[in-house]
Design a protein around this ligand. Sequence first.
Ligand code: SAH
Length: 216
Amino acid sequence: MFNEYTSKRQKMVETQLIPRGIKDPRVIEAMRKVPRHLFLDEALWPEAYEDHPVPIGEKQTISQPFIVAIMTEALQLKGREKILEVGTGSGYQAAILAELADQVYSIERLPSIAKRARKILDQLKYSNIVITIGDGTLGWKEHSPYDGIIVTAASPYAPNTLLEQLTIGGRLIIPLGDEFTQDLTLYIKETKDNYNKESYGGCRFVKLIGEKGWKE
Ligand code: SAH
């Protein structure tokens, strides 16, 4: 359905993503397609395509479009991957991943948030996303190993549980730092015990709360 949000979304891609270096054509296509406003309360739809995070209730936020794009691009998805997301939030990032990978598993700590995400993802018919409620710092062993893991909350360090649940060649993208500012960090698992680490720049996320994150 074409509406005013379709054109706002194309403008978001052209002004916020492409000029800042997002290049993967599949990521660009997914960001052009997924109706980001539908993941927010209707009162916030006018803000959905702006260059900043937006509140989703319970003091949580949907990430800024550029951050979603750069984290997704870092996973270098080709279409056959199994992905784990920690921090379902609105469900928007999960939808972007579901466009680009084969299967997405997503963990959310707050039941009310998870329920809302499930509802909109069902309405949009994303049948390749499975959401569970729990502590994502422990990963989700049952479906591991994952080709990619994305943590969408600020973490004091990269939990070993998540690194262990990656395939060889798998990628973990995670914001590392304190509660005010973090550095997007990519880990590539080269062998069972060897990781290559790369920085993708500064960001600001809400806190990852759990056994291998922050205490409440
Ligand atoms: N990816 C989301 C944004 C996430 S905001 C989106 O696209 O909208 C961060 C989310 O992480 C919040 O919903 C918060 O409740 C959740 N969270 C924090 N700690 C967590 C943990 N240990 N396990 C799972 N979810 C967690």
